[in-house]
Design a binder for this molecule. Structure first.
Ligand code: TXA
Ligand code: MG
Length: 326
């Protein structure tokens, strides 16, 4: 009998453009990074406990941080979640497939290894066509965190995944860069009323239009459901220091090796900058800009803080976390 050891991390990482090949690797109990519209995910079949363990090991992820379960169809939703309340059903009808994760009561079939022992499960049905084909061919729900080393910015291209995880994972399914670039909106629907846990491309205003009773994490009381365990860890942080600002605040005192990203014109004299035309471009480019700056040994990245409206809320959230202010 062939004995496969999973503890070593110097494994061969296959690069492929074929969802069939990637799904076959996943079905054999190995771990596969794949594109989604938000960020790249690092997946294991939910019933492959050893593969789930390998995900935590490859990323250096704390064991108490649950994984999101990715589904292809509403049949798979019934396989992973139960007691789905009317608010959750409305959100599913409006926003699945898409960049929304719902925290629901977990079906007992879902192994504790995927949910870090929680009685709930985060469920997402991505809309990216390559992700959908990969999930369809995988034939089972796929547990997947973002495909980056823990604590670093999420990967929005296959190249970024490969840089972080080459030799630590079995396969990268190559697709286009992520069209949104920030992780999914997370809404907890396991309690008496929905609570926004993480802002994303499905905005609070869009959610409110469907479930007016939705609360944000900050305005719930002490009886509210627990926050997302992952949100207590430092996140999205490049090596460079992040300074949050309005563009007109940063003209003086620029370091020679500093960079800028934002919607307003960059300050004079700055050589590395990304001027974004709108919030969508800002969100799409943010993590890739962080990674570019790190590759160039930039010391400080000045980031314009958008207002808390619409998609601006998600960008603000990631910037505040990257700056250690959240
Ligand atoms: O867009 C996304 O959501 C990407 C793609 C790959 O789907 N995934 C992603 O996964 O961002 P990750 O693991 O980097 O972030 C998931 C967050 C973590 O903060 C985790 O704690 C939270 O979701 N989460 C997962 N299951 C949860 C649950 N049952 N209850 C509360 N929070 C949960
Ligand atoms: Mg992550």
């Amino acid at each position: 009998m062939k004995i496969v050891t999973h503890s070593r991390l110097n494994m061969q990482t296959t690069l492929t453009d074929s969802p069939e090949e990637a799904a076959a690797i996943l079905k054999s109990g190995r771990i596969v990074a794949f594109p989604t519209e938000t960020v790249y995910g690092l997946g294991a079949g939910i019933y492959h406990l050893e593969a789930i363990r390998k995900i935590f090991q490859a990323k250096g992820r704390p064991g108490d941080n649950p994984l999101i379960v990715h589904i292809y169809s509403l049949e798979q939703l019934a396989e992973v979640a139960c007691d789905i309340n009317p608010e959750a059903r409305k959100l599913i009808a409006c926003f699945f497939p898409g960049p929304l994760t719902l925290v629901l009561k977990k079906n007992s079939l879902v192994p504790d290894a995927a949910t870090a022992g929680l009685p709930t499960v985060g469920v997402r049905c991505p809309s990216n066509p390559v992700a959908r084909e990969f999930l369809r061919l995988s034939g089972c729900p796929v547990a997947a965190p973002s495909a980056n080393l823990s604590g670093l910015p999420s990967a929005t291209s296959w190249e970024a995944v490969y840089k972080d995880l080459d030799g630590k994972i079995d396969c990268v399914l190559r697709g286009n860069p992520s069209s949104i670039g920030l992780e999914s909106t997370i809404v907890d629907c396991s309690g008496s009323k929905p609570v926004l846990l993480r802002a994303g491309a499905i905005t609070f205003e869009q959610l409110q239009a469907v479930v007016p009773e939705i609360a944000t994490n900050s305005n719930t009381d002490k009886h509210a459901p627990p926050k997302s365990p992952g949100l207590k860890y430092p996140h999205y942080a490049p090596k460079a220091a992040i300074v949050l600002c309005q563009a007109d605040e940063i003209n003086g005192g620029l370091l020679p090796s500093s960079a800028y990203i934002g919607l307003s014109a960059p300050p004079e004299g700055i050589s590395r900058f990304k001027l974004c035309l709108n919030l969508e471009e800002y969100g799409r480019e943010l993590f890739s800009f962080f990674r570019t700056c790190d590759a160039e040994d930039i010391d400080t990245i000045y980031c314009e803080l958008p207002s808390n409206q619409g998609f601006g809320r998600a960008i603000r959230d990631r910037l505040m976390r990257a700056a250690g202010k959240k």
